[in-house]
Design a protein around this ligand. Structure first.
Ligand code: NAI
Length: 322
């Protein structure tokens, strides 16, 4: 077993060079790792590398490039490859970022299973496929894990680490240490569960938002403000549990004061929405008025969101060193 420290001079492979694969490549390069980026199409890879170069230059100019190396040196760490065997040769960690399709991913992990040694970690970026669906039956199942990032991983550091029931504890520890080393913020799930944790929390919020708008309690744009100018302000710094702790004299005092009230409110929650019909129309119309569903407007807003997240990341860093 290679210790986390032993990974220092290591090389990683990123399988799939789309949105998430590019981001992972940048995060690893910022951490000083050599990255081999693999995809099925040469054209896809050339485009990805061009896009990474552009992003890195822009980040460098705005002072937001991560890591201690300059953009040119980070770029030099990334190479592209259309041969799977060559891509994973010498890698101690493989991050799979192909489309969210179980059969496709299973095929890729089966291919990897045949060519890797006993020391490499096989990690998937999957948002919702369970490790037991992805990895069961693989010879190297002990080395398999899900490392679920949040989009865009370069700006939002959380990574959910989700083991297969047969994943070796050392695989979990090594993945955790690696994520820390490259500046991400890993969390460990003790077992797999549908939606992992991030999406379970997200869906709980979306679901109540949908019901409130559907029942006409609040408009779609005001609903979003409740999060962006209300709850979200504190959630960028402290989680819901610490919020409870601070909003009273500790958790027990919070429960004593608010448990009945919380249960009363929670008992008025409705059933799982259909996410279709009139409410869908209403929300779609409101959002499209704000941001028309055309690439120009969507991309401009995404860029603005990423700028905000970059600024927030900087602020969080400042605040934590205070
Ligand atoms: P994408 O569609 O942007 O990229 C997928 C890439 O995989 C493409 O470059 C494609 O050419 C390549 N590909 C297709 N078949 C392949 C094969 N057989 N071998 C190698 N490469 C192949 O998808 P995206 O958004 O980057 O998602 C990748 C994974 O990351 C998915 O599992 C997704 O659920 C997960 N994820 C996505 C997030 C998002 O917000 N987009 C957030 C967190 C995780």
């Amino acid at each position: 077993v290679v210790s986390p420290a032993g990974m220092e001079s290591s090389q990683v492979a990123v399988i799939g060079s789309g949105l998430i694969g590019r981001s992972w490549a940048m995060v690893f390069a910022a951490g000083g790792f050599k990255v081999k980026l693999y995809d099925i199409a040469q054209q896809q890879l050339t485009g990805a590398l061009e896009n990474i170069r552009k992003q890195m230059k822009e980040l460098e100019e705005s002072g937001f490039l991560k890591g201690s190396l300059n953009a040119e040196k980070q770029l030099a760490l990334i190479s592209i490859c259309t041969d799977l065997k060559a891509a994973v040769e010498g890698a101690t960690f493989i991050q799979e970022c192909t489309p969210e399709n179980l059969e496709l991913k299973k095929k890729i992990f089966a291919q990897l299973d045949l060519i890797v040694g006993d020391n490499v970690i096989l990690s998937s970026s999957t948002s919702c496929l369970l490790p037991s669906k992805l990895f069961t039956g693989l010879k190297h199942v002990k080395q398999c894990i899900v490392s679920h990032p949040v989009n865009p991983p370069y700006f939002v550091p959380l990574v959910e680490i989700v083991p297969h029931p047969e994943t070796d504890p050392s695989t979990i520890e090594r993945t955790y240490a690696l994520m820390k080393k490259i500046g991400q913020s890993p969390v460990k799930l003790n077992r797999e569960i549908e939606g992992f944790v991030l999406n379970r929390l997200q869906y709980a919020v979306i679901s109540e938002a949908w019901r409130l708008v559907g029942e006409g309690v609040i408009s779609p744009t005001d609903l979003d403000l409740v999060m962006s100018d209300g709850l979200g302000m504190r959630y960028a710094f402290i989680g819901p549990l610490e919020t409870m702790h601070l909003n009273a004299e500790g958790i027990s005092n919070y429960c004593e004061r608010y448990r009945e009230g919380m249960k009363l409110v929670l008992n008025t929650f409705g059933s799982v929405p259909e996410f279709s019909g009139e409410t869908e129309q209403k929300i779609s119309q409101a959002m499209s008025e704000k941001i028309p569903v055309v690439p120009k407007h969507l991309n401009a807003r995404r860029e603005w969101r990423d700028e905000c997240l970059t600024g927030l990341a900087k602020l969080k860093k400042q605040m934590s060193s205070n």
